[in-house]
Design a protein around this ligand. Sequence first.
Ligand code: ADP
Length: 608
Amino acid sequence: MAFRPHENLWQITDGQRLRYLGAVLAMGVTNLCIFAAPFIGGYAIDVVVEDDFAYGHPWLVDASTALFGEITHVGYLWFSALVALLITAFGGCFLFLRGRFAALASENITRQLREMLFSRLHHVQASFYDTADTGDLVQRCSSDVETIRVFLASDIIEIGRAIMLLLCVMPFLLTKDERLAWLSLCLMPFLAIGAYIFFSKVKEVFQITDESEAAMTATLQENLTGIRVVRAFARQGFEIEKFGEKNAAFRDNNYRLIQLMGYYWATSDLFAMSQIGIVLFVGAVFIQQGSLTAGDLFAIMTSVSMVIWPVRHMGRVLTDSGKAVVSLGRINEVLTEAEESQEVVPPAGRARGEINFERLSFAYGSGLPVVLDDISLHIAAGETIAFVGPPGSGKSTLIRVLLRLYPYQSGTVQLDAQDITTINRQWLRAQVGVVLQDPFLYSRSVAANLAVGRPGAPHQDIIAACQDAAIHQSIQSFPDTFNAMVGERGVSLSGGQRQRLALARALLKDAPILVLDDSLSAVDTGTERDILQALSARRGRQTTIIIAHRLSSVIDADRIVVLDHGRIVQLGNHATLAATDGPYQRLYAIQGALDASIQADVAVTERS
Ligand code: ADP
């Protein structure tokens, strides 16, 4: 997705500014209408107090006379109230428009932000997720975006409204009474300075609050994901306590934020009320001196209160904008994260599946240990090759490098004699069907999970893939067979069923390369045999890479590679390796002895 991160809250409104302008103008019309009320009220009071229609507005006096035949105080007041009501209702229509424009603009911006975030999270380099905290990322995509939405939905308009009100009210005040007009602004500088200090403080405290909320979300997410482990290890008490600490930290920080806002509100209220009090006090003196009428003072007081309210409201605007600046910063950290490079033109057609590693060395990052050390290996198209070796010897890493999830430091990796660094990543990954030890399944139906492998696959292909993966019978036993929901909302699959469903998904993909990364570990040996037999019937159709700890999975492979500390230490077929003194022979002997002992135990149990 083409985008550039927004550096500030002004840039973020790009593309929606006309809507905001519309909202501010609608707000202007509303304010003008609301502003007409004190005018009309002021004239009405003067007419009644002075008992003289010369104080009334000529237009109101004429219209009232035309309507009621003769001019009376009651008729004039009624008519004034009616006009004020109609004007206020007219203003109400524009208030609706204001809300509509502002909501459209803010919702569009936040939707775009969410999409940009989601898209970027799908395209960042794989190493980003080695250190990223899922809960924190969720917080950035939800809560931080929401903070910005709140600011965009109302605060921008409030800023426009305050400016507009000042611009409308000041000329009116100046025409009514210049002395009171300036007096009504005398405490504004103090409010402005206070607001600026408050803004900086809010930013600082909100940053801490937002981060503590993210830490709490991360703990929650981690616990929900690993709830089974937590229960299995009876760690509920510990985890609840840990969550309680994060929760308390969030509460304390949030409380500080609310306290800060409370101080500001209280102080700004004091200033605002003092401002009104000063104008009222001095205005009363002017009335006593005879230099101001009661109606004028009413109109001035109402206008000053109208301006003071949005100015006071700037405190909220400042709080929200302080929060929005912090949230935008956190969002930008994701949006500026480097993406995987994309070679634009994918090679045409389907790969043959020939893989060549040439003096490949790899480490997960500079300063980190070398995980693959000078690997040279040619895998012919259609070959079945197995990798065995102790945990951490680099077997899975080899696949990650092949998929271009991580860039390698030296040597070359080729697919069909073409350097993989020059191949479009998406196309490259489409050539490989991977089944992991702990596969991820969507909380969707069985059919939808299979469709991830090949959308729109014919029914007979789906059945064949499920049969080869030995999951077809299990699916048939589900209440809704292929429509059964997987996961929280549906059937709970055993580890072996999950692996077999994931295998069926990969078989359905029918990619030129199939990788089984310890993906039959949770399957019983009988089923494993059935699956391997089905896979051997597919032999030659695709290059098959089997990573396994159980040697029964690799015995039939064309070649077996033994890895240790990132180096190839043995290479050959089962018969040769089993007959050669070395790690494979030792592993085979240990596993053979283990299997024999298990079988003996089973036999004893069955007899007794
Ligand atoms: P195997 O599949 O043989 O069990 P791996 O290829 O998963 O081993 O891991 C090889 C080594 O690389 C291990 O020492 C492991 O700790 C390290 N490693 C694996 N993934 C990462 C990663 N994302 N960042 C840093 N080191 C890693």
